[in-house]
Design a protein around this ligand. Sequence first.
Ligand code: HEM
Length: 247
Amino acid sequence: MSINSSDQNEFNESSINIQSFLTFLVAITVGLFIAVIVLPLWMPNMAFSLGGDAPKAYWYLSRATAFVALSLLWLSMALGLGITNKMARLWPGAPAAFALHEYVSLLGLAFAIFHAIVILGDHYINFTLLQVFIPFSTVDYRPFWVGIGQLGFYTWAILALSFYIRPAIGQKSWRFLHYGSFAMYLMGIFHGIFSGTDTSAGWAQNYYWYSAGSLLFLLMYRILAATIDKYFPEKKQIPAPAPRPTQ
Ligand code: HEM
């Protein structure tokens, strides 16, 4: 992925070009197809878990990538809140946080696509391709909560692509659209809690609590920082770091 380090960017342009992102998606898909062709020859035992009458591997892959997608969404949200509550100025710096925020969001979206598509291989859930993409259509498996995940996925796709049309739609509309990320995170986490198999496990419950709790903390901090900025503007300036002594 090419990341522009231009400080002139002022966060108005996408720092990752769309061709790089599409190349990344194509590489994942090609890699998957190659694995499907090569695995049976190379590792017959492992290939058996991908084939046979009741392959489990797809289900495990979907569950594992579900948590990777949600974690990347968490990281992207944390970085975004870090930019607005100004914590990111201290580390890793606002331009780096912005580039990472965008990159991590696109990466998470790629994992979410994989999470949704790979479940097609699971014979127990038995979704069709259309059911994977049409919200609330998975009639035999928790249609409401899977539907919420599907809506979250589309919201995520719109928000990720909005990085590329930001100059066209203007800063105000982009910012308004960006508030949708809070709804998107809530959709993702509730979808995970209410449609996931792992929700009954202690580690998964801890994971959900820490994920939501830490974002809530950053959000509260952001609201507090904005309130202080508004009512005590003289405290707004963060002192510049002391210059390094010259030898
Ligand atoms: C087209 C969109 C989506 C579809 C069709 C879909 C489908 C599913 C299904 C069927 C499950 C239950 C799997 C099981 O545990 O047996 C599930 C669980 C889960 N999904 Fe999704 N999902 C979608 C989008 C998303 C998105 C965008 C996220 C992340 C933000 C996400 C995160 C999760 C999580 C964390 C679980 C719980 C996994 C577990 O407990 O093992 N999903 N999803």
